[in-house]
Design a protein around this ligand. Structure first.
Ligand SMILES: CC(C)(COP(=O)(O)OP(=O)(O)OC[C@H]1O[C@@H](n2cnc3c(N)ncnc32)[C@H](O)[C@@H]1OP(=O)(O)O)[C@@H](O)C(=O)NCCC(=O)NCCS
Length: 187
């Protein structure tokens, strides 16, 4: 299995680029994002925020993994790191990924279309470079912003996992979104 985005290489879209997260990318600011309730309301880090050492170890563990792409999202002009996107749980035999997930860390950079741009580009990478036929994403039913991101990026709801997730003391449905490689996208 070949690493299709080795360290030192970048993927590009209009305003952004993406490259593998390295231990040296784990700054105080990046660590704060994961603990910020405005960012982690729907992230698993709200239950158990990793330490910086754990985050660095996690980045190192996956830096060369051809089936796990933990990528930083950077603004092309200025090289500012504004979030992450992950394409993971890849099964090359059956040509699918069970998870595309993402966050935009600085609150003042949210709502600018960056997550949508990133999901479109990394999905294209999954289909064209990794040869995937199907990519899945999970979204809480109540998470309007991420549902919009996925729908604007060509994903549709395939199924519902009823009351699967816990958030703020209540059970919530998780929607399973999917996009297939042959689906073209309305721009
Ligand atoms: C969810 C998130 C990734 C969206 O990223 P983003 O770059 O702000 O999204 P976009 O700018 O591409 O916006 C996509 C749509 O969501 C809408 N949106 C963005 N933030 C919103 C919010 N807080 N509430 C409702 N809608 C919102 C945008 O208006 C846009 O819809 P529109 O085109 O109809 O106007 C970002 O808010 C975030 O990182 N949140 C914290 C982490 C998280 O929840 N990640 C998803 C879990 S996998």
């Amino acid at each position: 299995m070949k690493d299709m985005l080795p360290i030192g290489e970048k993927l590009f879209s209009d305003r952004l680029y993406y490259r593998r997260i390295l231990p040296t990318d784990v700054t105080d600011e990046y660590h704060r994002w994961l603990g910020d309730p405005r960012v982690n309301e729907y992230l698993e880090t709200r239950h158990n925020c990793p330490s910086m050492e754990e985050m660095r170890a996690f980045a190192a563990d996956h830096a060369f993994d051809p089936a796990y792409y933990l990528l930083g999202i950077f603004i092309r002009s200025g090289h500012l790191h504004i979030g992450n996107i992950k394409l993971s749980h890849i099964n090359f035999t059956h040509q699918y990924s069970e998870n595309i997930s993402y966050f935009i860390g600085p609150v003042d950079r949210q709502g600018m279309g960056y997550a949508t741009e990133a999901v479109k580009r990394v999905s294209q990478f999954g289909f064209e470079d990794l040869g995937l036929l199907r990519i899945e994403a999970g979204a809480h039913r109540t998470h309007t912003a991420t549902r919009k991101v996925l729908e604007k990026s060509g994903y549709h709801v395939e199924s519902t996992c009823q009351r699967k997730m816990r958030r703020a003391g209540v059970r919530e449905d998780q929607l399973i979104y999917v996009r297939f490689s042959e689906e073209t996208q309305d721009e």
